[in-house]
Design a protein around this ligand. Structure first.
Ligand code: HGY
Ligand code: MN
Ligand code: MN
Ligand code: MN
Length: 420
């Protein structure tokens, strides 16, 4: 009989991959579209249902859930706080006909990390708290990052947020688990968040093309959304001569192409997109009288972002001159570009290295709650590859083993931060 080998350091805990994938799968059933994909709009009933279900998952795993007046869900360990809060999470709302991973993955992984910490009885010098921020996408009520803005005390520009029919954020909140009268209480005291970590799918093609499993996010682009209203004249489609028309949809079409050119041809900013367009009265035999569209521009550089917005307004003025339709541009909402924290980037990189996973530093072209939290705390973000680079669509996917790897990097990063 050989002597037992001397006891080495205890094994570093790993996430339960099967459990992680199962929770993600079941969460994806809430708001599942019949034709594939998920529609679970922020501040609506399905986001509330998702939050409630996750609170139940956490509770049965021994975690302590809490929902705040802005509709944010928090889950914490069942013992007294051991220090300042390390917030870990993302969002559970989706765009219309989105995927099952955007946001949801980061929340489910954060909960999995807490379950592992609880089961292993790991005490950290900070208090890890999982969060599902409300209405990150702003797909229904057009104020993206609603929940994270509330946590960061950025309530001022929230008051007028409505859906496209003018129904206010407050009405939605009151109906679906929030409390508009106590919204200010959602703000955390200054200095109470030590750091924020967000794990997310890349939503673009870079990692998959490079064959690299882990992305260390360097920064997040800023975004400006401009609402555009086109006022033409509704007229009879059969009797109005072509040269006598003020066709709002034709003007909108020129706007769509003009906005595209800002980024695609002139390179003023990185992206410029018209994603929403609605003409009225939208009938076959009437020349369209009005149209509404949104132009959003993005860049990691604040000056280029500002130049992108100015270019959108210039395109509007030019189309107005040429078409004789009135074109009104109004700033809808915006977020500034941010950098991630160097120490958190280092911790993520070391976590990936310890797990033997190749990594790549890259910027995020998508917006994330992290960029709002960056105004009050250092932020770090981890990416995993997106199959075909597709997101905000039903085909959004990431191989299961890649999802598990990302969650393990998140867990390792948390443990790493405790050791430094
Ligand atoms: O649109 C975005 O960048 C994000 O997914 N909210
Ligand atoms: Mn998204
Ligand atoms: Mn997201
Ligand atoms: Mn008629």
């Amino acid at each position: 009989r050989r002597d037992p080998s001397p006891a080495g350091p205890p094994p570093v805990p790993r996430v339960d991959g099967v459990r992680l994938l199962e929770v993600l799968e079941r969460l994806g059933e809430i708001g599942a579209d019949p034709g594939g994909g998920v529609t679970r709009l922020g501040l609506g009933p399905l986001e509330q249902q998702a939050r409630g279900w996750l609170a139940g998952v956490g509770r049965s795993a021994g975690l302590v859930p809490r929902t705040d007046p802005a509709g944010n869900l928090f889950l914490r360990l069942p013992w007294p706080a051991t220090g300042p809060v390390l917030l870990i999470g993302s969002h559970v709302d989706t765009v219309v006909q989105g995927g099952r991973l955007d946001g949801a993955y980061g929340v489910v992984a954060a909960i999995e990390v807490l379950r592992v910490l609880r089961a292993a009885g790991v005490r950290l010098p900070f208090d890890p708290v999982a969060v599902a921020f409300a209405n990150e996408e702003g797909a229904l009520v057009q104020l993206p990052f609603f929940g994270s803005r509330a946590v960061c005390g950025q309530l001022a520009d929230m008051t007028g947020a409505t859906d496209r029919s003018g129904r206010g954020a407050h009405t939605y909140l009151a109906e679906h688990g929030g409390d508009p009268g106590r919204l200010a209480e959602a703000a955390w005291p200054e200095g109470s968040i030590a750091a924020y970590l967000e794990l997310h799918i890349e939503q673009g093609p870079v990692l998959e093309r490079a064959g690299i499993p882990i992305g260390v996010v360097e920064g997040i682009v800023g975004r400006t959304i401009v609402d555009i209203e086109v006022l033409g004249q509704a007229q009879h489609a059969g009797t109005t001569p072509m040269e006598a028309r003020h066709d709002a949809l034709v003007a909108a079409a020129e706007l769509v192409l003009g906005v595209r050119r800002i980024a695609a041809v002139d390179g003023v900013c990185t992206t410029a997109t018209v994603g929403f367009l609605r003409a009225a009265p939208n009938v076959t035999n009437t020349v369209p009288g009005t149209a509404r569209l949104t132009a959003e521009v993005r860049d990691i550089d604040p000056d280029r972002l500002a130049a992108g917005e100015a270019a959108v307004r210039a395109v509007g003025a030019e189309v107005e001159r040429r078409t004789g339709c009135r074109v009104r541009c109004t700033l809808s909402s915006g977020s500034a570009p941010v950098a991630t924290d160097p120490a958190l980037r280092r911790a993520i990189a070391e976590a990936a290295d310890a797990l033997g996973l190749a990594r790549l530093a890259l910027p995020s072209g998508a917006g994330h709650d992290a960029q709002i939290v960056a105004s009050v705390a250092p932020i770090g973000m981890i990416f995993v590859p997106s199959t075909g680079g597709i997101s905000h669509a039903p085909a959004e996917d990431t191989p299961p083993e890649a999802l598990v790897r990302g969650a393990d990097v998140l867990l390792r990063t948390v443990l790493r931060l405790a050791a430094t």
